[in-house]
Design a protein around this ligand. Structure first.
Ligand code: A2P
Length: 272
C-alpha cells in the first residue's frame, strides 16, 4: 500500500491536499474521533467537517491528539446552510472554533446557497452579504481560505460580481455519472478548486458491474477507481468511511486510470 500525496494550489502560499477525509454522517463522539484518528494514521492530511455534521468537537480532538504539527493537517468546516442572516455568521464561526478547539481552520465554506429545507430558493442577496462576513473572517487569519459548497454557476457568478476575495473552493456532489461539467468548467476558468463530496455516490456506485470491470483491470476496488477518477479530473476527493481498512484502502491511489478507461467512465455521464 502506498499513499500518493499531492496538493493543489489554493491561494498565494497555500495548498490543499487532493485527498481529504469526509466526515459527513459520522456521529460525534467515538465514531468521528476514531475515524478521523484512523485517517490521520493512514496518512490523510486533510479532514472535511461542518457545523451541520455535529462532529466538530471529535474531529478537532482527533486532530489535536494526532501529534501532527497543526500546519500539516488541512481542516475544513462550514457555515450552516440555514444561516442567511449576515449578523449570525460571526457567532456561528466562533462556535465552530470553540468546538474544534483549534486556532484556525484552513478552509471555511458556506455550506449551501439555500437552506436545506428550501433547496433552490433564491438567496442571492443574502449570500453576497454572508460572503462579505467570510471575507472579514479570512482577513483575521482564522480561516486561511474561504469558499462555498453546492453553488451553481449562477450562485458563483453572483458572488464574483461583488466580492473582494474570489471563493477559493466550491465543494460539490460529484461522482462517476454525475460530474457537473458546467460548474466544474466555470470553477476551472476562475481558478476555483473543486472538491468532490460523496465520490462513491454515498456507496451506491460500489455494486456497479461496469466499474467493477474497470477496477479489475488495475487490481483495485471500485471505491479506489471512483476516488482516482475524481483526482484525475483535477478535483479534490473527499471519501468517507468509518472502517479503518477502507480508510486505508481509499488512500491507496498509487495507480493511474488509462485514457480509454477514463473515456469509458466519462461516458457513464447521466447513467446514474
Ligand atoms: P462505511 O462508512 O461503512 O465504510 P461517499 O464517500 O460517497 O459518501 O461514500 C461513503 C459510503 O461508502 C459509506 O457508506 C461507506 O461505508 C462506504 N465506503 C467507503 N469506502 C468504502 C470502501 N473502500 N469499500 C466499501 N464501502 C466503502
Amino acid at each position: 500500500m502506498s499513499i500518493v500525496r499531492t496538493d493543489l494550489p489554493l491561494a498565494p502560499g497555500a495548498a490543499i491536499p487532493t485527498l481529504g477525509f469526509g466526515t459527513w454522517q459520522i456521529p460525534d463522539g467515538a465514531p468521528a474521533y476514531d475515524a478521523t484518528a484512523a485517517a490521520l494514521r493512514a496518512g490523510y492530511r486533510h479532514v472535511d467537517s461542518a457545523r451541520a455534521y455535529g462532529n466538530e468537537a471529535s474531529v478537532g480532538r482527533a486532530v489535536r491528539d494526532s501529534g501532527l504539527p497543526r500546519d500539516e493537517v488541512f481542516v475544513t468546516s462550514k457555515l450552516p446552510a440555514e444561516i442567511k442572516d449576515q449578523r449570525k455568521v460571526a457567532a456561528s464561526f466562533e462556535e465552530t472554533m470553540r468546538l474544534l478547539a483549534l486556532d484556525y481552520v484552513d478552509l471555511y465554506l458556506i455550506h449551501a446557497p439555500w437552506p436545506w429545507s428550501e433547496i433552490g430558493k433564491d438567496c442571492t442577496a443574502q449570500n453576497k452579504l454572508v460572503w462579505a462576513e467570510l471575507e472579514a473572517i479570512h482577513a483575521t487569519g482564522r480561516a486561511r481560505a474561504i469558499g462555498v459548497s453546492n453553488f451553481s454557476v449562477t450562485d458563483l457568478q453572483a458572488i464574483l460580481d461583488g466580492c473582494t476575495v474570489v471563493p477559493m473552493v466550491n465543494q460539490i456532489r460529484w461522482f462517476v455519472g454525475h460530474t457537473q461539467p458546467d460548474v466544474v468548467g466555470f470553477c476551472k476558468q476562475h481558478g476555483i478548486v473543486v472538491e468532490a463530496y460523496s465520490p462513491l455516490a454515498t456507496g451506491r456506485l460500489l455494486g456497479d458491474t461496469r466499474l467493477a470491470a474497470v477496477a479489475a483491470r488495475y487490481g483495485k476496488s471500485v471505491a479506489q477507481v471512483c476516488i482516482r477518477y475524481a483526482l484525475q479530473h483535477g478535483l479534490v476527493a473527499l471519501p468517507k468511511s468509518t472502517h479503518p481498512a477502507r480508510i486505508v484502502e481509499n488512500a491507496d491511489m498509487d495507480f493511474v486510470i488509462g485514457d480509454a478507461d477514463m473515456a469509458l467512465l466519462d461516458g457513464l455521464e447521466g447513467a446514474r
